[in-house]
Design a protein. Structure first.
Length: 132
């Protein structure tokens, strides 16, 4: 049985083990500085966890923009648990919590969200200082 709940300090080790299991792509979160910064980020975010018994299977981290939007920044399901609908359940929990908000996903895996039937809306740009 899948149990969805909000992240708490007691989940820190489980969460970082899940991130570490994902490999190089998530290494920025695992350096000493990255880990400390991510802990602060988690404290200010809507972070939902998906537990199967005592095992953390996935999580989502979102930013809530007042009364208008929710931006999903991170969605990760353990490699061995993918294909069970856990990511979709995490997304549904966000909608349930914020039914009057528009939910957007910051994606680097567009195929996954397209498979769920989500519509691509706009583009994200990284802002860098001008070099003049």
């Amino acid at each position: 049985m899948l149990n969805l709940r909000r992240y708490g300090k007691q989940d820190e080790n489980d969460l970082f083990q899940l991130i570490e299991s994902e490999g190089e792509e998530w290494n920025d979160y695992l350096t000493e500085e990255g880990r400390e910064n991510y802990k602060k980020t988690l404290a200010g975010s809507l972070t939902l966890l998906a537990y199967e018994g005592e095992e953390l299977c996935g999580y989502s981290r979102s930013i809530v923009d007042g009364e208008f939007h929710v931006y999903v920044c991170d969605l990760l399901v353990h490699q061995e648990k993918r294909g069970n609908g856990y990511g979709e359940k995490l997304m549904a929990a966000i909608y349930e919590k914020y039914p009057n908000h528009t939910v957007f996903v910051m994606s680097d895996v567009d195929e996954y969200y397209e498979k769920l039937g989500y519509r691509k809306e706009g583009t994200v740009f990284e802002v860098t200082p001008s070099l003049s």
